[in-house]
Design a protein around this ligand. Structure first.
Ligand SMILES: [Zn+2]
Length: 281
């Protein structure tokens, strides 16, 4: 799933490639992809694509007074192609055909159709329920006091930091990296953090900016569907911790996993594997 650093580099590159181009037509082959019906997609024909930006993990494609707000969900990708998609391309969800022959394509891989888009008058983007309920952006990091307030909830840090209403932009990959940088357990509760620990969390958010810098260095004009994510602990169970050499451990959930270093993050404790303990019950 593309998270803040990935969506940031995608929208930066798309903005460079597309700002100022004219739209010929827009189609939505995805059955249920459009969550709005007025204004219709036809309203974009003949307009200029004025820019591409990001709110949290959501790309926003601007067409003057109209904005296309996109939620990629887990398998959506936004990319520009030199040629138009074949009608048979079953991954196509929204196709923005440009007058110069190129095409901005929202595609979604896998069988589930979950990605969505909304065409909104410019000023309504900020008022959309998905946008209005977002917490502060995780990058650039919010002021320390705002971060402290955002995480002051009696919930484990792992789900809390991924909750877009608490803080926007973090998902399953970067949460592990942030917590490892901050030397905090994924099972610490936000409301139990000391001010020194909140400061460490604040410093840990810098991995998001470092990832964007990394992408700026290694990614050219075209962003590949699978980005070279500079992850140190996520999905690296069994490997040595880059900081202390202890073996990275994993806790598995139904649809995701969290990785951590016992020495750096949990006081040496290896946490119960919930998948295993459920099986043994
Ligand atoms: Zn370690």
């Amino acid at each position: 799933m593309p998270e803040l650093p990935e969506v940031e580099i995608v929208t930066r590159r798309l903005n460079t490639a597309l700002a100022g181009t004219e739209v010929e037509s827009v189609l939505a082959p995805g059955m249920n992809v459009m969550k709005t019906f007025a204004p219709p997609l036809e309203a974009l024909a003949g307009r200029e694509l004025t820019g591409v930006r990001r709110i949290g993990k959501m790309p926003v494609v601007e067409f003057g007074e109209l904005s296309l707000l996109i939620h990629l969900m887990s398998a959506g990708r936004l990319r520009v192609f030199d040629k138009r998609a074949s009608i048979k391309d079953r991954a196509s969800r929204v196709l923005v055909r440009l007058a110069d022959g190129r095409e901005l394509r929202l595609r979604e891989f896998g069988t589930k159709q979950r990605a969505w888009a909304k065409l909104l008058p410019e000023g309504e983007v900020e008022r959309d329920e998905m946008v209005a309920t977002l917490g502060p952006e995780a990058w650039p990091a919010p002021p320390l006091e705002a971060l402290a307030a955002a995480v002051d909830q009696p919930r484990h840090l792992h789900p809390l930091l991924r909750d877009q209403r608490a803080i926007a932009g973090i998902g399953r990959s970067w949460v592990d990296e942030i917590l490892w940088e901050a030397r905090l357990s994924p099972f610490r509760k936000g409301s139990e953090l000391t001010s020194e620990e909140v400061e460490r969390l604040y410093d840990g958010l810098a991995v998001l900016g470092a990832a964007i810098d990394h992408y700026e260095d290694v990614i050219g004009e075209q962003v590949p569907d699978k980005l070279p994510m500079p992850l140190k602990v996520h999905r690296r169970e069994g490997e040595p911790c880059p900081r202390c050499g202890t073996t990275i451990e994993a806790v598995y959930f139904a649809e995701h996993q969290t990785n951590y270093c016992p020495t750096c993050q949990t006081g040496g404790k290896v946490l119960k594997d919930r998948r295993l303990s459920r099986l043994l019950k």
